[in-house]
Design a protein around this ligand. Structure first.
Ligand code: ATP
Ligand code: MG
Length: 421
């Protein structure tokens, strides 16, 4: 077969026809985060492996089987980040960002998980995440949900619903764990291999199982809600009250446990039915124990992460695929310098408009064809080597070609769309 090199399975190029949609989405994410008072943080893509083992949890899909882990040349075990929270907390501790103060942070970037690639599930994918430190109450959990909702409305995403649950504090989970294990052991025959393994390592994660047979058994399993600590129960009730007051519909899903170990109290997911099996576009919750677990002082914290590829599937493409607004045509080679100078001047005077200059000759016909393909609304033709005489020709609509002096051009171009000429 051919020797052409290919990208790694599950890791995709974003080609120029798709980058406008990415930019549009990224702008919406940044502006929304900043409207809620969040600041951007950028972390390295590679971290020490033990950071993830200690934060995400040893008995999770991610740490057990999804991480890209390798020894570097010094023999140190490193991992391509599978998510952003661990690195964000690490950075905050390292630089004293959350010492005695609240912090609201956001980030966006590639994450890596060795999963079976399919629609909506990739090995390199992108997350937008926000993390808030030093705010304890359920009000924050609700504000995070509110932030996601304001993003959906800005992006025109309608088919999305909110599921929430509370995981309680570790001691409540321990009490529930004991009865849950007992119940599941009584049904051990019906469990699959993964569930049986998890039964003792991390029984709550059995609730996360996607196997329908197991889901059926879980219907009658002891519910964490019946073992909750008082504070978690009260906080959850308060969250529900606030969501009601804000008119944000939700469904309490007692089986929502999240795939990472560090969550406590409120967890939530935004789910859509429009994307098939990979329907979760945003997931998050509270993780009050993580900062301390990673060596810091006990600090309340909550956040969420969104999958950009899934969001893009929902949002679609922005209408304007043009690469230029004005295209400069150069009929003779001796007019190239004048054309380059003219294009440069126009980029200055027509702030924000894209000006593309023809560079490698070609017949007039060929140049007009390129102009058309660029998506430009207007062509400017350089009529002499000094660049003093120019013609302006609308490429869309009805307007006529006119020859003018170069200084008159700016006013005319300011009037584009071209049929206004
Ligand atoms: P899932 O149950 O779909 O595997 P998860 O619980 O592993 O999701 P999180 O770790 O919470 O997902 O990540 C937050 C979001 O990132 C997900 O809701 C999803 O939108 C996105 N995401 C996670 N894994 C992938 C992936 N492999 N490819 C594309 N997007 C992903
Ligand atoms: Mg996963």
């Amino acid at each position: 077969m051919s020797k052409t090199l290919k990208s790694i399975r599950g890791m995709h190029d974003v080609l120029p026809d798709k980058t406008p949609a990415w930019q549009h989405l990224e702008t919406a994410l940044q502006e929304t985060a900043s409207a809620f008072g969040y600041e951007e943080i950028r972390m390295p893509i590679v971290e020490q492996t033990r950071l993830f083992a200690r934060s995400i949890g040893e008995v999770t899909d991610i740490v057990e089987k999804e991480m890209y882990t390798f020894d570097d040349r010094n023999g140190e075990s490193l991992t391509l980040r599978p998510e952003g929270t661990a690195g964000c907390v690490r950075a905050c501790l390292q630089h004293g960002l959350i010492h005695n103060q609240q912090r609201r942070l956001w980030y966006v970037g590639p994450m890596f998980r060795h999963e079976r690639p399919q629609k909506g599930r990739y090995r390199q994918f992108h997350q937008f995440g926000v993390e808030t430190f030093g705010v304890a109450g359920p009000e924050l959990d609700v504000e995070l949900i509110q932030m996601a909702r304001s993003l959906w409305s800005r992006l025109g995403i309608e088919d999305v619903r909110l599921e929430i649950n509370t995981l309680g504090e570790p001691d409540a989970r321990a009490r529930h764990r004991a009865v849950l294990v007992e119940y599941l052991e009584a049904h051990a025959d019906a469990l699959d291999e993964e569930a049986r393994r998890r039964l003792h390592d991390n029984p709550l994660r059995v609730l996360d199982s996607k196997n329908p047979a197991i889901q059926e058994i879980l219907e009658a399993a002891p519910r964490l809600a019946d073992y909750l600590d008082e504070e978690s129960a009260a906080d959850f009730a308060r969250s529900c009250e606030l969501l009601d007051a804000l008119g944000i519909p939700y469904r309490v899903n007692p089986r929502l446990v999240r795939g990472l170990d560090y969550y406590n109290k409120m967890v939530f997911e935004w789910v859509t039915d429009s994307l098939g099996a990979q329907g979760t576009i945003c997931a998050g919750g509270r993780y009050d124990g993580l900062v301390e677990q990673l060596g810091g002082r006990s600090t309340p914290a909550a956040g969420f992460a969104m999958g950009l590829e899934r969001l893009l599937e929902l949002v679609g493409e922005p209408a304007d695929a043009a690469r230029a607004d004005v295209y400069v045509i150069v009929p003779e080679a001796d007019r190239q310098a004048a054309a380059l100078a003219l294009a440069e001047r126009l980029r200055g005077t027509l702030a924000g408009r894209r000006v593309q200059c023809n560079l490698d000759g070609g017949s007039l016909k060929a140049q007009f064809k390129r102009a058309d393909r660029s998506g430009a609304e207007t062509a400017v033709i350089v009529e002499d080597a000094t660049g003093e005489q120019v013609s302006i020709k609308p490429l869309r609509g009805e307007g006529e070609q006119r020859t003018v002096t170069s200084p008159q051009l700016d006013d005319l171009l300011a009037k584009v769309p071209a049929d206004a000429l």
